[in-house]
Design a protein around this ligand. Structure first.
Ligand SMILES: *[C@@H]1O[C@H](CO)[C@@H](O)[C@H](O)[C@H]1NC(C)=O
Length: 347
């Protein structure tokens, strides 16, 4: 089971990696997709072209992570702080009901990272639900994030198992969300041990080198990663940052990637405009780029700041934590393996 995911993902990632080698494709226009008026009943095809998969400026690279927050996110925040680099985290609102993980996402936002959201339909189907019900479910997740960081997310990662649902995708677009895809997979679920996580940087190295050999110029990348302890994302990150630095690429958040000054929504459901904050692209505290970091390989799944403070934490209802770090790891593993097969089928 543990090994099925890399094999499956490799199969579908090939065309994407090949596509990434071409001259940089024009990125979708900055800002939101065009609004549609009235309730969405559009079930027309939604293709990969409807997703954000590259940046506007060659030489940019936007690292994105989904499935978190988790212990891995916390570890990554430390590396990114040292690197003075920013990325995009798609928060899974389910985990934000636990104080321990809510704190991680808030920390990420305050550190200057862009916060997007992940979404997955209940029972993985839009059938039997009205548009209004689906919108309300999306709105609930969005409000959970807003409670924490003060703004509603705009950049959205749809869970793999829902990517074949054009009704959902059209609905999400009509609500003003930006659908995010990728043109590079860092394979952190494959290189998921302390011994192999160093290979993640090799994925970047190979991608950059092939691009330069073939075209003599840089491309731009939107990278898919998973900030959970069952992947090597956290352990591999120092070397990844140093590889990006060595090749002269510029690390950006997704708003920097699309030149988007308003990377958050005004409303979780209505498509009635967007807002920026002081760290958004073009604002005073917006940051991009990176510094080299000490190339240490942290211990996977170990984070002192979480195990000390987190164990005694109470959830929003005053109860003790229902899920330990270990259950977070297992739950994530189970929830990611099966959808990957569906995605392989889709692509
Ligand atoms: C969030 O995490 C829960 C628990 O692991 C999972 O069931 C759910 O599918 C995840 N949601 C998304 C949008 O990935």
């Amino acid at each position: 089971m543990r090994f099925s995911r890399p094999a499956i993902l490799s199969a579908f990632a090939m065309p994407l990696i090949a596509a990434a080698g071409n001259a940089p494709a024009p990125a979708p226009a900055a800002g939101a997709p065009v609004a549609t008026s009235g309730p969405s009943t559009n079930t027309g095809p939604v293709t990969w072209a409807d997703f954000l998969t590259s940046c506007q400026t060659p030489g940019q690279i936007a690292l994105t992570y989904s499935e978190g927050p988790s212990e891995a996110t916390m570890e990554m925040l430390e590396t990114l702080k040292e690197a003075k680099a920013t990325v995009t985290f798609f928060a899974n609102a389910t985990w934000l009901q636990y104080m321990q993980y809510a704190g991680v996402t808030r920390h990420a936002y305050l550190d200057g990272h862009l916060i997007g959201m992940t979404y997955r339909l209940p029972s993985d189907t839009s059938t039997g639900r009205t548009d209004a019900e689906i919108k309300e479910d999306i709105g609930r997740a969005s409000r959970t994030i807003q409670d924490l960081i003060g703004v509603y997310p705009k950049y959205m990662k749809i869970h793999e198992s829902n990517l074949k649902d054009p009704r959902l995708l059209n609905l999400v677009k009509s609500m003003g969300y930006t659908l995010v895809g990728f043109n590079m997979d860092e394979y952190d679920y494959k290189y998921n041990t302390a011994q192999t996580s160093g290979q993640i940087a090799e994925v970047y190295n190979a991608m950059f080198s092939k691009q330069m050999d073939a075209y003599g110029r840089k491309a731009s990348y939107v990278v898919a990663g998973y900030d959970v302890p069952s992947t090597g994302a956290a352990a591999g990150l120092p070397k990844v940052v140093n590889t990006i630095q060595a090749h002269g690429y510029d690390m950006v958040r997704l708003d920097g990637c699309t030149n988007d000054k308003t990377p958050y929504k005004k409303d979780p459901i209505q498509n009635n405009g967007f807002v920026g904050d002081k760290k958004s692209f073009g604002a005073a505290e917006y940051k991009h780029g990176q510094n080299a970091v000490k190339n240490v390989t942290p211990q996977l799944g170990q984070n002192p700041s979480l195990t000390q403070g987190g164990s005694a934490a109470k959830d929003a209802n005053g109860g003790t934590m229902k899920k330990s770090s270990a259950s977070r790891t297992l739950a994530t593993l189970a929830s990611t393996l099966i959808p990957a097969m569906v995605l392989a089928y889709l692509l």
